[in-house]
Design a protein around this ligand. Structure first.
Ligand code: MCA
Ligand code: AMP
Length: 485
């Protein structure tokens, strides 16, 4: 059976992970990463953590975190990466739902007020070997339209199959150095950026935090691919326009990749001018990993996310989930996918899993798209207005509404995503007050503190009443129109 990360078994001194944007980044070679991950795996065994056990990791991007994530993967432990900025309520929910047997952190003192954590130590040992099997590798928390986030269980085979499809589509090899500044608690930064680089035997350079200048600097030095969400590319274009110092980096990268949300055609055009080659989009979900991608062997396709990856079956369906056989770039249907990358299900939630995946293995994404004659997919929106994508993060309107309703001054609330040039969508809360209006900043801070800062509304609008239809259902589309004006 093949290995999940083959190069770690034949470890050499080429870089596997570089961290930081300054002149001397911290480096883990394939050999040092393999040995330190082996040491962490041995320590987990000593702590009585047996294969299949869930363990949480505060997912800061420093090298110790990488050691723990890779150590768990090799030892058969299931990592539950935690957003380091998680607020009190959302953290309590994840810890209760995933019930990890241990929580690891590069610096436990940074999280001491929120959850007792064990320090990730630097001890070396021969690493175990992990095959591409059907056992869980990760539990990644993702938002739905209502309720608290659900844990998506992702297996080693899901990850390997998906990464092999991407490597094929992008010509991704051990000569590549991926540059990114993405969080390590979602698919984009963790599965693609880190595990992808390790699976092909290449390297990941994590910048620590996104900075257009640092990104271009590393690309000019030896980075070959940039992975980014549209917000980052928008900020990169803003910084680079009129400043030639950005051009060497933008022009030397062999592939600029955008994903996690749609990149507007306007941004495609700006980046094409700046980089000379443009941006290749790919499209996916936490539950399915990446479904479609534009080939690196051809030109970018502004507005399209490309055809399905090798190994991914894709169909468009109508509201009754009947197949639509259209290839006219016009007929809209919901995207459904099937294949080895589709997750094992939501942790502890068989009904939620059954609602999105049918008996034949088709996963219904909730995304609406059209298909061109050559199979390229154009994503046009989502079925539900209650799923918001802001800065590439998925946020359920329901979880923000439930949080705001806990304020005694809030009688009713409707949370919507409104168009935003930088974030794609900006979260706005429409609030009907009970008595005097509360301080809007306090409402915003409640969400940042209890859920996570990226779920906070960027604006609070007080209204007399929420628009409702004859059945009493809130009509969110009418709210958005009101604020646009
Ligand atoms: C702001 N901050 C606060 C508050 N306000 N902290 C506490 N309380 C507050 N009230 C902090 C923030 O945490 C942040 O810290 C900083 O101040 C700036 O905040 P903000 O403006 O919200 O952040 P931003 O600069 O706008 O972030 C933009 C971003 C970010 C960097 C593009 O949105 C991002 O990293 N997005 C990536 C999302 C992603 O990876 N999605 C993949 C999902 P600090 O700066 O220290 O953080 S996987 C997926 O979608 C599928 C599979 C796919 O296709 O990939
Ligand atoms: P998440 O649950 O955070 O993994 O987000 C998945 C969602 O991100 C998908 O259902 C899409 O709505 C959106 N998405 C990801 N990539 C793209 C893309 N290239 N274009 C449009 N939407 C995208």
């Amino acid at each position: 059976m093949s290995l999940l990360f083959p190069r770690l078994a034949f470890a050499d001194d080429a870089p596997a992970y570089r961290y930081g944007a300054d002149a001397e980044p911290e480096v883990l070679t394939h050999r040092s990463l393999a040995r330190l991950a082996g040491g962490h795996a041995a320590r987990c065994r000593e702590l009585g953590l047996t294969p299949g056990t869930r363990v949480a990791v505060w997912a800061t991007p420093e090298p110790a975190t990488i050691v723990a994530l890779v150590g768990h993967a090799l030892a058969g432990l299931v990592s539950v990466p935690l957003n380091p900025k998680l607020g009190s309520k959302e953290l309590a929910h994840i810890l209760e739902d995933a019930a990890p047997k241990a929580v690891f952190a590069a610096d436990p003192s940074a999280f001491a007020d929120r959850a007792a954590a064990t320090r990730i130590e630097s001890t070396e040992a021969t690493p175990p070997e992990r095959s591409v099997d059907d056992e869980p590798l990760l539990v990644l928390y993702t938002s739905g339209t209502t309720g608290a986030p659900k844990g998506a269980v992702i297996t080693a085979r899901n990850v390997a199959a998906n990464l092999d499809g991407l490597a094929d589509r992008w010509g991704w090899t051990d000569g590549d150095v991926v540059v990114h500044a993405l969080p390590l608690f979602h698919v984009h930064g963790l599965v693609l950026g880190l595990f992808g680089s390790l699976r092909v035997g290449g390297a990941l350079h994590h910048l620590g935090r996104f900075d257009p200048e640092a990104a271009c600097h590393v690309l000019a030095a030896d980075g070959t691919m940039l992975f980014a969400v549209p917000t980052m590319l928008h900020r990169l274009a803003d910084a680079a326009e009129g400043d030639v110092t950005f051009l060497p980096g933008l022009r030397s990268a062999r592939l600029l990749v955008s994903g996690s949300a749609g990149l507007p055609v306007r941004e495609h055009r700006r980046l094409e001018k700046l980089s000379g080659r443009g941006v290749h989009e790919r499209y996916g979900l936490t539950e399915t990993l990446i479904n479609c991608g534009v080939s690196a062997f051809g030109d970018p396709q502004p507005g399209y996310v490309g055809p399905p990856l090798p190994g991914v079956e894709l169909k468009l369906v109508d509201d009754e989930r009947r197949t639509l056989d259209a290839h006219d770039d016009e007929t809209l249907g919901e995207v459904a996918v099937r294949g080895a990358s589709v997750f094992a299900g939501y942790l502890n939630r068989p009904e939620a899993t059954a609602a999105v995946r049918d008996d034949e293995g088709w996963f219904y994404t909730g995304d609406l798209a059209a298909r061109r004659a050559d199979g390229a997919i154009r994503i046009v929106g989502r079925r539900s207005v209650d799923l918001i994508k802001t800065g590439g993060y998925k946020v359920g309107a329901g979880e923000v509404e439930a949080c705001l309703l806990e304020d005694p001054a809030v009688a009713e609330v409707a949370v919507v995503g409104e168009p935003d040039d930088d974030l794609g969508q900006r979260i706005v809360a429409y609030v009907v007050c009970r008595g005097d209006a509360p301080d809007p900043d306090a409402l915003i801070q409640r969400v940042a503190d209890e859920l996570t800062p990226h779920k906070r509304p960027r604006a609070v609008v007080f209204v007399e009443a929420l628009p409702r239809n004859a059945m009493g259902k809130v009509q969110k589309k009418r709210l958005t129109k009101r604020s646009e004006g």
